[in-house]
Ligand binder design. Structure first.
Ligand SMILES: Cc1cc2nc3c(=O)[nH]c(=O)nc-3n(C[C@H](O)[C@H](O)[C@H](O)COP(=O)(O)OP(=O)(O)OC[C@H]3O[C@@H](n4cnc5c(N)ncnc54)[C@H](O)[C@@H]3O)c2cc1C
Length: 438
């Protein structure tokens, strides 16, 4: 199969290029399963990542392979699809082709679905990135796990660990779902898993500080549930500081609300911005870089280009933008795929995209979650069971569901973490710098 325009044979089925094999892209591809089209799915990674459980990789509960699946394998049975690992660098919407790094010839399309997600944002302070790593990709999850575990190793090496509190002070910036889930996982690790592992360092001395400029944690939930979650975090020993934006982050810590907190472990759990798809297209975006799409998720003036998921700005029924969550991306991807399918097969168009909100869930530690769905509000163990069931259900591969279930059961019963490997040895890279400081 030739991918470029000049060689595209006449009488071949219409070509749908999907950029991004995440939540939106995979659902779009699946929706085209039985349509007479040629689908080309391009992703710069070779895997689909279940980001909702990334914090569990960082927290040592799961391995990278438990939440990431080769895209090829996920779509293996779909005969009309060609999958390639390739980074898209631009789109020519007039010539109808996409540009890919390390490939001279562009790839042509009849229909294009852009599902390239979001990336970390430091609110205009990109210089903070090197001191406060974020959690977005699989690599981030693995590096964060090493950083966290290495902090305890460094503390154990001290003659007098109490004199170096910055080694075991963790500051998490951002009290949305990722920040709260990470804080809960870290608190539990310190309290339950690490207690008997060290001889000099007492993990009980660890400080976990969760900060956010917003007045409450988990602002996407109703105030009573978010207050309940805050209480839970504090009960687990997390210091929650709200209402002040971060002023500065450097190699030695963070300044917030005029206060200096010394910490070598500042973790960025805050903002995201859309992928640069809006720049590729040269179309209107909002401040977060999301493409303003029409009610059928196409780019105004270009009915053959769809933008879905975190990269799209979709206005919901309350006139507010839909949140950047997996369900919005999945439903949007499926809608784009079905719309193309109808056009290709000459069926009437679908009505405008309508998001079906199934509810909101966040977990803090092993026994607690909050759930809000319509009028239903739950906090505690039952919500946690529902959270676990839903997350296992949404793992793409059946065998991985089984592995994750077993690991969670093991972690739950033994309070141990099965994945506590520091990838890089001590005395290399950053670690050697830290060693020199002593
Ligand atoms: C840590 C974390 C926790 C989360 N937890 C939850 C949760 O609990 N519940 C929930 O509903 N949502 C959660 N989300 C949000 C949810 O994961 C996203 O809303 C969803 O994945 C968006 O889907 P998407 O298809 O737009 O993008 P993604 O799923 O991010 O997929 C984008 C894909 O595009 C690829 N790509 C990007 N740029 C290029 C390029 N130039 N060329 C080729 N490929 C490219 C990427 O490699 C990626 O595979 C979480 C997100 C994060 C980061």
């Amino acid at each position: 199969m030739s991918l470029s325009n000049p060689y595209k044979a006449q009488n071949t089925p219409p070509r749908v290029v999907i950029v991004g094999g995440g939540c939106g892209g995979i659902e779009a591809a699946r929706a085209l399963r039985d349509t007479p089209v040629q689908v080309i799915l391009l992703d710069r990674a070779n895997h689909y990542l279940f980001q909702a459980l990334l914090y569990q990789v960082a927290g040592g509960m799961l391995d990278a392979g438990d939440i990431a699946f080769p895209i090829r394998e996920v779509l293996q049975k779909q005969k009309n699809i060609f999958v390639a690992q390739a980074e898209v660098t631009g789109v020519d919407k007039e010539k109808r082709c996409v540009y890919v790094s390390r490939r001279k010839q562009p790839i042509s399309y009849d229909y294009l679905i852009l599902a390239t997600g979001a990336q970390g944002s430091y609110f205009g302070h990109d210089e903070w990135a090197k001191f406060a790593p974020g959690l977005k990709t699989l690599r981030d999850g693995i590096s964060l796990r090493s950083k966290i575990l290495r902090a305890f190793e460094m503390a154990e090496l001290q003659e007098n660990p109490e004199s170096r509190p910055e080694l075991f002070t963790f500051v998490l910036v951002g009290a949305g779902p990722t920040g709260c889930e990470m804080a809960g996982a870290l608190a539990e690790m310190v309290r339950d898993t690490l207690q008997s592992d060290f001889r000099r360092f007492n993990p009980g001395m660890t400080r976990i500080i969760l900060i956010d400029a917003a007045p409450r944690v988990l602002p996407s939930f109703s105030p009573d549930l978010s207050e309940n979650a805050r209480g839970r975090l504090e009960k687990m020993g997390v210091e929650v500081r709200l209402g002040h934006p971060v002023e500065m982050i450097d190699a030695e810590g963070v300044t917030v609300g005029g206060e200096r907190i010394r910490s070598l472990n500042v973790l960025w759990m805050a903002g995201v911005k859309a992928s640069p798809a809006g720049q590729w297209l040269g179309v209107e975006t909002d401040r977060a870089g999301r493409v303003k799409v029409a009610p059928d998720l196409t780019v105004p003036g270009y009915p053959e280009i769809f933008v879905v998921g975190d990269t799209a700005l979709i206005i919901g029924k309350d006139e507010k933008p839909l949140a950047g969550v997996a369900q919005v991306a999945m439903q949007g991807g499926s809608y784009a795929g079905r719309t193309i399918s109808r056009r290709v097969t000459g069926q009437p168009s679908l009505p405008p995209f309508k998001y079906f909100d199934k509810g909101n869930l966040a977990t803090i530690g092993r026994n607690y979650a909050i759930l809000e769905s319509g009028k239903l509000k739950l906090a505690g163990f039952l919500a946690n069971l529902i959270w676990a069931f839903i997350h296992i259900y949404f793992l793409l591969q059946r065998e991985d569901r089984f592995v994750v279930f077993l690991k969670w059961t093991f972690n739950y019963i033994t309070k141990r973490r099965s994945s506590r490997i520091i990838e890089e040895p001590v005395l290399c890279g950053k670690t050697s710098d830290e060693m020199k400081e002593n």
